[in-house]
Design a binder for this molecule. Structure first.
Ligand code: PSV
Ligand code: MN
Ligand code: MN
Length: 388
């Protein structure tokens, strides 16, 4: 059995992955949203489910909220509820993609009324952050156009800068803004923040408290994502990850499910670039569980990240550097692949037990009866979902 050194174990001990509240709600495609027994009916129940993931893994101490999906009357009470369950509230995600007014844009809109409405929504999100104790405001914009000539793409970029500046100016010294990019969808011809370069250009002109959010599902097929990770770390602007995996488009599947080797390569660049256990880089999941149970889906996800992190930490970096220096192409590749092919699961299981956790969190959760309990308890009311 492969053993993990005390250094590796102490690094793994510091790993924290933020869970998205929306992963616990029902979700689907434009064809159908299937329901799951036991799905939370409100933000309080979503947080209770997220706390289960942390209880079985000690990997997920914070939960991200989405406004208005997670709107409550009293955010201080929601915060206490989370803390009573051993987790805290994390990133606040804004939402400018489900309002009729935003059909042709929000922060980029040429109509002042609509643009100001979108700015105000973000200011309200910052008020919520004050109450929840959250550090990060995550902005993903669904803005763009569908046809060449439809929009003045340059003027929209200028308006975006002005809008973001107004939002940025409202942040406290402890708060940050992370700007997510996505190359297409829901707009199909042009997107106002399509790539890391645009996000970088926008956040650099805002200031130190603005960073880039890299969602692993938001790139064209074949994109070398670890290169982007390296570059953003090099530039000191990688603020957060939204982890998920994709086969075709923005699938939001379980991280590491479609391409574990890609996840390994990304985390290796994080390790090498000083991004692991670095408070400036937040690790979040941005996933939906359309057909599988949500809590085990999230447990599987954080375990996938942990396993690939352990493998990335196993790369013999001295041997790798020596092989690179000697132009030993296949030798360098072999060092890299040796770590990737190492099965770390038995060593992680043993380590979990030494920390008072179950060796197999998936099995322990399944045996706990929680899933059956919520299915029995949460009848009636409206199930929360992606968009509700
Ligand atoms: C839409 O693509 C999206 O998945 C973005 O990645 C956001 O982070 C998420 O929705 C929640 O708004
Ligand atoms: Mn995302
Ligand atoms: Mn997405």
């Amino acid at each position: 059995m492969t053993t993990l050194s005390p250094d590796i174990l102490s690094t793994l001990e510091g790993q924290a992955i933020e869970l998205p509240s929306w992963a616990f709600g029902n979700s689907g495609t434009r064809f159908r949203v299937f329901t799951t027994a036991g799905t939370p009916r409100d933000p309080y129940e979503k947080i209770a489910d997220a706390a289960q993931v942390n209880a079985y893994t000690k990997l997920a101490p914070t939960v991200a909220l989405h406004i208005p999906w997670d709107k409550v009357d009293d955010y201080a009470a929601l915060r206490r509820h989370a803390e009573d369950l051993g987790v805290s509230l994390g990133t606040i995600n804004s939402n400018t993609f489900q309002d009729e007014d935003y059909k042709f844009g929000a922060l980029t809109h040429h109509d002042d009324r609509i643009r100001n409405k979108a700015i105000d929504h973000h200011l309200e999100c910052i008020d919520i952050m004050d109450a929840t104790g959250s550090r990060d405001l995550k902005i993903w914009l669904a803005e763009g156009s569908n046809y060449p000539g439809q929009a003045d793409i340059r003027a929209r970029q200028d308006r975006l800068q002005e809008s973001l500046q107004k939002i940025y100016d409202r942040l406290s010294d402890e708060q940050r803004l992370v700007l997510e990019y996505k190359f297409f969808e829901p707009a199909f011809y042009h997107t106002d923040v399509p790539d890391w370069g645009t996000s970088y250009a926008q956040v650099v002109s805002l200031g130190d408290k603005a960073m880039v959010c890299l969602d692993t599902g938001h790139h064209a097929p074949g994109t070398n994502i670890e290169f982007i990770v390296m570059q953003l770390l090099r530039l000191g602007k990688l603020g957060s990850f939204d982890f998920n995996s994709r086969f075709y488009a923005d699938d939001d599947l379980i991280v590491g499910a479609a391409d574990p080797f890609q996840l390994f390569r990304i985390i290796f660049e994080v390790v090498r670039g000083g991004g692991l256990n670095n408070p400036d880089v937040a690790f979040m999941l941005d996933q939906c569980h359309n057909v599988e149970d949500k809590i085990p889906g999230q447990i599987r996800s954080v375990l996938n990240v942990q396993e690939m992190t352990a493998r990335a930490l196993l790369v013999d970096r001295e041997a790798l550097a020596a092989a690179q220096q000697a132009n030993d192409v296949l030798g360098a590749n072999a060092v890299f692949m040796d770590a990737f092919y190492t099965d770390v699961r038995p060593a992680l299981a043993e380590w979990r037990e030494s920390r008072g956790l179950a060796a197999d969190p998936m099995a322990a959760y399944a045996a706990s009866g929680y899933q059956q309990q919520i299915a029995a308890d949460r009848v009636g009311g409206t199930q929360a979902g992606w968009g509700a």
